[in-house]
Ligand binder design. Structure first.
Ligand code: SAM
Length: 321
């Protein structure tokens, strides 16, 4: 069994997700559309069990509800309170370590990060498809698209770099070096966006056979400065149901993801192009993300691995020497 170093045992995280009506209603609608009476369903990352409960409401015969986290005890109690415990098999484990006694008609998994892939949904669903699903079985979500754009968010980079510590006569250099290697959930507004957003990846989970984790694109910039990248996703849950977390859509708990640059870049007096590369490095049920940016003058390399306050502590947690 792999170690649960996530914070998913905390109830307030689940409150944030379940009270996001756009998210919860979209999954409910897609489940009601795609689960047929008598189906066997696997809910990977069941959390408080909400999607498993929707599957039962849609007529599923049985749901295998899997989660690494202790939150699964809460899900079990809710199932008991709603007198549906006999229809749901709760399994506390990483889905990759689970063997089920039968194949399922449909897999459901809301393991979607703010920039889509941070919870390693690709690895989870590829394993789920190969091990839990009947041939021709269904998956929710069906597809996920990732979007990226250069941004300038006034004051954000300075705040992220803990510049305010200077007001207390404290040198913030070491904190700032770590902080710029983290990603930040943020609500972007139209004026932050300085170039046309691009679709950098479209992943179809129903056809998934192998996963690509490297995405490259270019952006044209003119008369602007940038201090980061903004990213979001659009998930297709069924042919009629989508969740779009773009800044131009209704806000969700996912918000958008801000990828800071080490510094403000003001090199774009004339028309110029920047090259951007995103790399995901899956690790258990999460991913390290790398964002590399090349302008005509400099290259910037960031990775969330370097954003950890203590790499030694991380290695200790996972028993890596
Ligand atoms: C974003 S939450 C969603 C919870 C619930 N499905 C919902 O919609 O409210 C994701 C949950 O998936 C669990 N999880 C992620 N990947 C998993 C995996 N491969 N196996 C088991 N649990 C996983 C996490 O512990 C977390 O509780």
């Amino acid at each position: 069994m792999s170690l649960d170093v996530s914070l998913f045992y905390l109830l307030n995280l689940h409150h944030r997700m379940l009270s996001d009506e756009i998210r919860t209603k979209a999954f409910q609608k897609a489940i009601f559309e795609k689960v047929n009476p008598g189906d066997v369903v696997v809910d990977i990352g069941t959390g408080t069990g909400i999607l498993a409960f929707f599957a039962i409401q849609a007529g599923a015969k049985k749901v295998y509800a899997i989660d690494t986290s202790n939150i699964i005890e809460v899900a079990k109690q809710i199932a008991r309170d709603n007198r549906i415990l006999d229809k749901i098999v709760f399994i506390q484990n990483d889905s990759r370590e689970v063997v089920l006694p039968e194949k399922a008609d449909i897999i459901i998994s809301e393991t979607i990060g703010s920039f889509g892939l941070e919870e390693n949904i690709c690895g989870t669903l590829l394993h789920g498809k190969q091990n839990f699903l009947k041939p021709g079985g269904k998956i929710i979500p069906e597809e996920i698209e990732l979007y990226l754009t250069p941004v300038f968010c006034e004051g954000k980079l300075e705040n992220i770099k803990w510049e305010f510590l200077k007001n207390y006569d404290i040198n913030n250099d070491s904190l700032s070096d770590i902080a710029v290697h983290n990603t930040y959930k943020t609500n972007l507004i139209e004026s932050n966006i300085v170039s046309c957003p691009k679709l950098i990846s479209k992943i179809n989970f129903t056809n998934i056979e192998q996963i690509s984790y490297v995405f490259k694109t270019q952006f044209n910039l003119q008369n602007c400065k940038i201090n980061g990248l903004g990213g979001w996703f659009k998930a297709k849950l069924s042919s009629n149901v989508y969740i779009d977390t773009s800044p131009f859509s209704s806000p969700t708990h996912w918000m958008q993801t801000y990828f800071p640059l080490q510094e403000v870049v003001e090199a774009f007096k004339d028309k110029s192009t920047i090259e951007v590369e995103i790399r995901n490095h899956p690790f258990g049920n999460s991913c390290f993300i790398e964002w590399n940016i090349r302008t005509s003058v400099r290259e910037y390399h960031h990775t969330t691995f370097n954003g950890l306050p203590s790499i030694e502590r991380f290695f200790d947690m996972y028993g890596i020497s």
